[in-house]
Design a binder for this molecule. Structure first.
Ligand SMILES: CC[C@H](C(=O)O)C(=O)SCCNC(=O)CCNC(=O)[C@H](O)C(C)(C)COP(=O)(O)OP(=O)(O)OC[C@H]1O[C@@H](n2cnc3c(N)ncnc32)[C@H](O)[C@@H]1OP(=O)(O)O
Ligand SMILES: [Co+2]
Length: 134
């Protein structure tokens, strides 16, 4: 069911500093910041030869990553995103297995303009999983 690793997301307390680090110290190809108000984050994608890094910074008062940054003030790996061919079939299979899909269960459009869902970290070894339909 899950396919390619689409991205690894890192929550950062200082987006400008993280952009400069990846661009200058690590010599990476860094995209432009994208505000995603529907998700409560600003994202920046870093394109790697085999996947992407997604830098995340809170946007607005009710950001779902605010709690994470309070607990991890220096930032940290926030989630991994796997690609799936059919996100509703994946959701139904996962809920049937007892996994918790976050939110109301309806896929939302993510940063790539594709439907995404999130699975509770407590059901997957403490790892927040995002699924993106490709
Ligand atoms: C623009 C879309 C973009 C894309 O790629 O397309 C994105 O990726 S958007 C990314 C931001 N959106 C989300 O993360 C949505 C899903 N996340 C959530 O709903 C919350 O972050 C949630 C429910 C996972 C955690 O929320 P919160 O921290 O407020 O809740 P708790 O403090 O109650 O946490 C419960 C429990 O889980 C642990 N936790 C929280 N976040 C993570 C995490 N990222 N990885 C692993 N574990 C996490 C937290 O420490 C609590 O554990 P406990 O042992 O009970 O203390
Ligand atoms: Co993501």
């Amino acid at each position: 069911m899950i396919g390619r690793l689409n991205h690894v997301a890192i929550a950062v307390p200082d987006l400008a500093a993280a952009i400069a680090q990846y661009r200058d110290a690590l010599g990476a190809e860094v995209g432009a910041p994208q505000d995603e108000p529907d998700h409560g984050v600003t994202v920046v994608f870093i394109n790697l030869p085999n996947t992407k890094i997604e830098l995340l910074h809170p946007l607005g008062e009710a950001s779902p990553i605010a709690g994470f940054l309070e607990k991890n003030p220096s930032g940290g790996i926030h989630h991994v995103c796997y690609e799936v061919e059919d996100i509703t079939a994946a959701r139904d299979r996962l809920t049937a297995s007892g996994a918790r899909v976050l939110g109301d269960g309806a896929p939302k459009i993510g940063a790539h303009g594709k439907p995404v869902l999130f699975l509770h970290p407590k059901d997957f070894n403490g790892c927040l999983i995002e699924l993106e339909e490709v």
